[in-house]
Design a protein around this ligand. Sequence first.
Ligand code: NOJ
Ligand code: CA
Length: 664
Amino acid sequence: MMKLFTLLTAAAGAVTMIGCSNDVKVTSPDGRIQTTVTLDEAGVPSLSVEVDRQMLIAPSRLGLEAADLNLASGFEIETVEKDHRDETWTQPWGENREIHDCHNEIAVKMRNPEGVALTLRIRAFDDGVGFRYEYDTPADSLLIMDELTQMNFARDGLSWSIDGNYDTYELPYREQAISAVERANTPFTFRVDDLYGSIHEAALYDYPEMHLLRQDSLSFKAELAPLPDGVKARVGGSFTTPWRTLQIGHRAVDLINSALILNLNEPSKIADTSWIKPQKYVGVWWGMHLGTQVWTMGPRHGATTENAIRHIDFAAANNIQGVLFEGWNRGWENWGGNQQFDYVEPYADFDLERIARYAAEKGIELWMHNETGGNIPDYEARMEEAMKRYAELGVHTLKTGYAGGVKGGYSHHSQYGVRHYQRVVEMAARYQLMLDVHEPIKETGIRRTWPNMMTREGGRGMEWNAWSEGNSSEYLCTLPYVRLLSGPMDYTPGIFDIYYDRAKADPGRIQWNGDNTNCSIKTTLARQIANWVIIYSPLQMAADLIENYEGHPAFQFFRDFDADCDWSEALQGEIGDWIVVARRAGDRFYLGAGTNAEARTIDQSLDFLRPGVSYTARIYADRPGDTLRTSYRIEERRLTAADTLRIEMAPDGGCAVTFEPVNE
Ligand code: NOJ
Ligand code: CA
């Protein structure tokens, strides 16, 4: 029973009120989503979510389990504080410059006989719900052994997710009935009747990542990545968990357009963000994955001075701001061995100082790359020295990687991993370095608080096409509705040599990561272009060998494209089937569309364009009926916001459009 009812007035208009019931409710500003917290006879809290008066999440248990203290039961509600926020904030970069945060909040304050104070903070938005635990206990420190949070679906439906794994997100999607899912990572996207939703988390800083583990047919519990001794998290006596989030939409694309994850994160901790700049980049990268170049020094070394100069010249000539060279530093011989890399010393055939000077002269950003192989202790011992050196060289962008098992039996996604990734973000901010993290911890919106955390991999990226069965067009039609809900992805799009003709003509091509003889890109060329728009990343790569772009008419798209944008909207699509996204940067608009293995013709209203303005639309499209995936056509038209564009896509195809205002 709720025993003590108080009326409090907190700062900034927050008012506390309690009703006389065991149930505490918070409703979204539009009144459609209602979340209810209940305490049972044993003082165990639970939460349910209704949408339009229909139960979506049936009462689901809440709480944590600690080694020596009861954090889970015996609670009585003391007060409930209510708050409401309606504000618009601005980000230095992102899909949208302006973000609207409108929510109702309740803080349900409870206490149990062990002296444990628990505030359950719940925020209700029109596009979903977030809740988190704020514990204040008599202990100095605690061992969290389990999280008891459940998500009990009221009805079955379809879901899209990757398997739960504590070390990798580079896994294929499964489309399954919710009742058939045993274990899943988040974002866990689903459709129940006419509703779309996705379960994820926000503001993950000092805690393990969360999976969903099936209890019985429609009931899941939060499962935390463990430390080697089985403890899930080591925390202080007072601590706050990440938010557990449930995004809700009435169309599949509503999930993509939701800013709920960002809204649940704190404002930027970096005061001066002037050095943080979205950019397009090219690099010495794809050749290694194809097996025509190598990371180590020798006749096939990719990162040579000569090659670096060639890439800088190419970037300067093609409106590309950044260049990345993998294999520039000593230690790649140890990859897969003792995983000891040198983060400062270049190989003898890579004249780092000359390259840095040349890039600066040409106005090009030189990126550095740190593959750690998962050797976190070694990286932590050396990263500050390395970052200092990069700052001296005028470098502002660092790609990191963790391809290998983490030393000491730790998993990538455990609290140990989360803390490490965060230490890197904070140190990089001190040296004014933007980050592109591969084999990362999942994005939970911390880019709002740490806007140097630009992009990450955290999914099967382009590299899989070089040495595996590759990423299908259906995978690419699922990615925006699952992985991309968490934040930007460095997928490294845009391969033009679809069948790897150049690599196959090289008799010395190696197989460094399995049989690559039958590998190829699984989409049309137009879809490769469209992915630059669809797969948002503020650091956006043209991933092919630059010789495959030289003289190619379709590369004009990337020249005209802007990695920065002011506004974005996912316009239409269904999970696994198709997707259309539009973005605006300055006065130009970009559109990207993609289909799965089915040819598809769709009509897209252009009412997102500025009314009354005429645009030159350059359309990069498939050639319907032509089965060659390299076939494409470029068409120029004059279009306005009053027009509807008919988009015809081949199987595995797509379409990309640039809209440039006509000066009349
Ligand atoms: C895996 C990364 O995803 C890829 O981009 C990189 O080239 C290799 N590791 C080597 O660091
Ligand atoms: Ca990877």
